[in-house]
Design a protein around this ligand. Structure first.
Ligand SMILES: Cc1ncc(C[n+]2csc(CCOP(=O)(O)OP(=O)(O)O)c2C)c(N)n1
Ligand code: SF4
Length: 299
């Protein structure tokens, strides 16, 4: 049976209080990820908001080990930790490489591709807050078209974001999934499933970021829901090559009605100067992706 917010386990691996901004979507997701891993995990993390959330040695806001690594090496470093655990006969500990979209889609993609091609025994999670947020909101390969950042000022970014899960799918790894902190049961179930698989597993998380996207911290969960309700972010999994929409995206595929993307974009200051043509282009991009997802969806 699918897990819901009411049936999530009560054990916590995050201590009260951390250095992330109020309303940080990454923080909510990290809480549910550690629950799904039963705290039996080692995180390998490059410079990012997650290093800030984790805290600076010798203090920490979490009760699981986090190893910091060089920016481009996340997947390679995690592969090494997994190889070490294998030698020690401790393969029941999940090695999680976890990085932002800058650290994944841009800086770490070479090491990630290498690890996936070798089918290294790691779970790689990209939390996608759609920019280099820890250093004050610079544009990344995952920033959406029309979004203002400090390096795409005025009218916003002119390019569409990279489809990183599709790049990972092309490596023929056992498991690729997307998830959102606004759908914690779906997120929890996917991490649990990934935990019990072997080889390279890739998860792409939508991580609403009040500071970089410019919305009120109280609206994080609502923003994550609207990303899914408008089809800007799709919830799905690809298991041994079989694609399935999950959770709310699956229900929307049956009902056949997405909300207009404008309802999601207009709540965020970063789109305040986006031209109508840019919003129309995003809507068309969503329509095409949604059509392809429905065609691929296997019941
Ligand atoms: C080699 C190196 N280059 C640059 C930096 C500065 N830096 C620290 S965090 C960060 C942004 C990372 O962006 P992303 O991976 O998207 O994670 P987020 O900050 O959004 O959580 C940068 C550029 C660094 N620490 N090390
Ligand atoms: S900048 Fe965004 S992702 Fe980073 S801690 Fe703040 S809310 Fe979270």
């Amino acid at each position: 049976m699918a897990t819901t917010a009411l049936t999530l386990p009560e054990t916590e691996y995050m201590l009260p209080g951390n250095r992330a901004c109020a309303g940080c979507g990454l923080g909510i997701a990290f809480r549910h990820i550690t629950k799904a891993l039963d705290g039996k995990c080692i995180f390998v993390v490059p410079a990012s908001c997650l290093t800030v959330l984790g805290g600076m040695y010798p203090t920490s806001s979490v009760t699981v080990p986090i190893m910091n690594c060089a920016f481009p090496s996340t997947a390679a470093s995690a592969s090494g930790v997994a190889a070490g655990l294998k030698v020690l006969g401790r393969e029941d500990t999940t090695v999680v490489a976890m990085a932002g979209d800058g650290g994944t889609a841009d800086i770490g993609i070479q090491a990630l591709s290498g690890a996936a091609e070798r089918n290294a025994n790691i779970l790689y999670i990209c939390y996608d807050n759609e920019g280099y947020m820890n250093t004050g909101t610079q544009r990344s390969g995952s920033t959406p078209l029309g979004a203002k950042t400090t390096t795409s000022p005025a009218l916003g970014k002119c390019e569409f974001p990279k489809d990183v899960p599709a790049i990972l799918e092309a490596h023929h790894i056992p498991y690729v999934a997307t998830a959102s902190p606004s759908y914690p049961g779906d997120l929890y179930d996917k991490v649990k499933k990934a935990k019990d698989l072997r080889g390279t597993r890739y998860m792409h998380l939508n991580a609403p970021c009040p500071s970089g996207w410019q919305f009120a911290p109280k609206d994080t969960v609502e923003l994550g829901r609207l990303a899914v309700e408008t089809g800007v972010f799709l919830l799905y999994e690809i298991e041994d090559g079989v694609f399935r929409l999950t959770s709310r995206s699956r229900a929307l595929a049956k009902q056949g009605a997405l909300k207009p993307v404008r309802e999601f974009l207009e709540l965020q200051g970063r789109f305040s100067s986006a031209a109508d043509a840019a919003i129309d282009a995003v809507q068309e991009w969503v329509n095409q992706r949604w059509k392809r997802a429905i065609e691929r969806h296997a019941e």
